[in-house]
Design a protein around this ligand. Structure first.
Ligand code: HEC
Length: 146
């Protein structure tokens, strides 16, 4: 192989590596996706005790928004369509009642951090309360008894 050819193939290899490593690296980043919550009643700054959309006229819309918001922000760890692949707990088991809401709320606000390692980021730092209860509403439609 001539020197010029070698150089050309090295450059091609470098370009390939850039193309490949770009998306692969991005996949590992924790970048929550913006969620549009138009059509849902605004909830203000203070967190509701229980899912405010559960017994409201907003429920259907919340489920719709929650489905894509979940897949964009939670599925990476909790599994596509709510079905856990084992990395993180299966959220379909959370009971659609006060207890389930309480635990859900605790985790999305506090995340899961142990010994400085972030197992789950504080989702409420980047997603609105509306978006998070929408996700919860969608999860309730996927509820399975343990
Ligand atoms: C980077 C991975 C990751 C992402 C992203 C993530 N989680 Fe988690 N989540 C975890 C892990 C790991 C746990 C288990 C933590 C533990 O038990 O210490 C967990 C636990 C939970 C729990 C408690 C479940 C239980 O049965 O104890 C809830 C609720 C939850 N996550 C909701 C969410 C929601 C909603 C989203 C998206 C808005 C989300 N998580 C995004 C990793 C993640």
């Amino acid at each position: 192989m001539s020197n010029l050819n070698t150089l050309t193939s090295l450059m091609a290899a470098a370009a390939m590596a850039t193309l490949v490593s770009g998306p692969v690296l991005a996949h590992g980043d924790v970048v929550p996706q913006a969620v549009k919550t138009e059509g849902l009643s605004p909830l203000g700054d203070e967190w509701a005790e229980t899912n405010p959309y559960r017994d409201s006229g907003d429920f259907e819309r919340a489920v719709e928004i929650g489905a894509s918001a979940y897949n964009q922000n939670c599925a990476r760890c909790h599994g596509l369509d709510g079905i856990s692949g084992g990395i993180a707990p299966d959220l379909r088991y959370l009971t659609p009642d006060y207890d389930g809401d309480d635990w859900y709320k605790y985790r999305v606000i506090n995340g899961a951090v142990r010994d400085g390692a972030v197992y789950m980021p504080k989702m409420a730092d980047t997603l609105s309360q509306e978006a998070l209860w929408a996700i919860r509403s969608w999860l309730e439609t996927k509820y399975v008894e343990e």
